[in-house]
Design a protein around this ligand. Structure first.
Ligand code: FE2
Ligand code: FE2
Length: 128
């Protein structure tokens, strides 16, 4: 999936989405390099905190324009954050394919960006 598919036309959110994808790539790189679990979990925590702030920013922005869109975002973000916690559990399990676990989360995140964020923010921006 390219960034074109994920473009919301809101420059702030598009920049944040790129940064989040970059952080997931960093997490994958740390895993691929065979780094210690504390380094992997540190990269994970940075990504999780960034994700939490991003979700909050999207909800705050939507709340001012369309409270119903905000509720949709809240519910979806709650689900995504639960997936992030599941990912943490997977990363610490010795027999789990960590790259596959990150890849699985990345797929969920891209689906969220494309199916939830893009239509909502294009509508709120007046570009859809
Ligand atoms: Fe987003
Ligand atoms: Fe979102």
């Amino acid at each position: 999936m390219s960034f074109e598919d994920l473009r919301t036309d809101n420059p702030l959110i598009d920049t944040e989405h790129k940064n989040l994808h970059r952080m997931l790539s960093s997490l994958q790189a740390v895993i691929a390099a065979g780094r210690d679990m504390d380094v992997i979990l540190e990269a994970f925590m940075v990504m999780k905190e960034r994700m939490r702030l991003h979700c909050e920013a999207e909800e705050d922005y939507a709340r001012r324009i369309d409270p119903r869109a905000c509720e949709t975002l809240r519910a979806e973000h709650k689900r995504l954050m639960a997936e992030i916690d599941e990912l943490r559990t997977h990363l610490t399990e010795p027999s789990v394919d960590r790259q596959a676990a990150v890849e699985h989360f990345l797929t969920s995140l891209e689906r969220h960006d494309q199916q939830i964020d893009v239509p909502i923010f294009k509508r709120l921006n007046g570009t859809a």
